[in-house]
Design a protein around this ligand. Structure first.
Ligand code: SF4
Length: 170
């Protein structure tokens, strides 16, 4: 690993910048996530900074199931982020589609659209769990990350195939 990469990795570990995207949540998970920014949890004091631009973010926090309306925007945000980048699916809906699965406008979980590194199930997910997930993500070893990413890519492929089959049937 070059010195620049080492520096970026150190910076991400010590002070990851995050961006939040609601792909189609009921707002329950969003309220809990936003709670982590308030003085009670205050994630900024431990170096985690919420940022508005995907170009400056290291971690994408996604809530809710992906809808037809948000899918393209989600892809756009993910593509604008610089590598190495990570995605955390917060809430059961973000992990699997949850209660919205099967709706006419719902694609499913976040991994139907972009690769996911960490799945954080729950309805709704508590702020402590989000903070813990960010910590574990940054401290997990690269081997695990690669495995999860490969698994997620595989799931995405399978889901794309099934979506294509569905649209062919219609
Ligand atoms: S997991 Fe629960 S709280 Fe979160 S978006 Fe889905 S229904 Fe809402």
């Amino acid at each position: 690993m070059g010195i620049f990469k080492k520096l970026v990795s150190w910076g991400q570990k010590k002070s990851p910048w995050i961006i939040h995207f609601n792909a189609g949540a009921c707002n329950g998970c969003d309220i809990e996530f936003i709670d982590s920014l308030t003085p009670k949890y205050d994630i900024e004091r431990i170096g985690i900074l919420q940022h508005g631009s995907p170009r400056h973010a290291d971690i994408l926090i996604c809530t809710g199931a992906v809808t037809l309306q948000t899918r393209d925007r989600l892809i756009q945000i993910y593509e604008q982020m610089a590598s190495p980048k990570y995605v955390i699916a917060v809430g059961t809906c973000a992990c699997t589609g949850g209660i919205f699965n099967g709706c006419y406008c719902v694609m499913g979980g976040i991994d139907t659209t972009i690769p996911v590194d960490v799945y954080l199930p729950g309805c709704a997910v508590r702020p402590e769990a989000v903070i813990d997930a960010i910590d574990k993500l940054l401290n997990s070893n690269d081997k695990d990350k690669t495995k999860k990413k490969a698994k997620s890519d595989k799931q995405k492929e399978v889901s794309e195939e099934s979506n294509e089959e569905k649209s062919d049937e219609q």
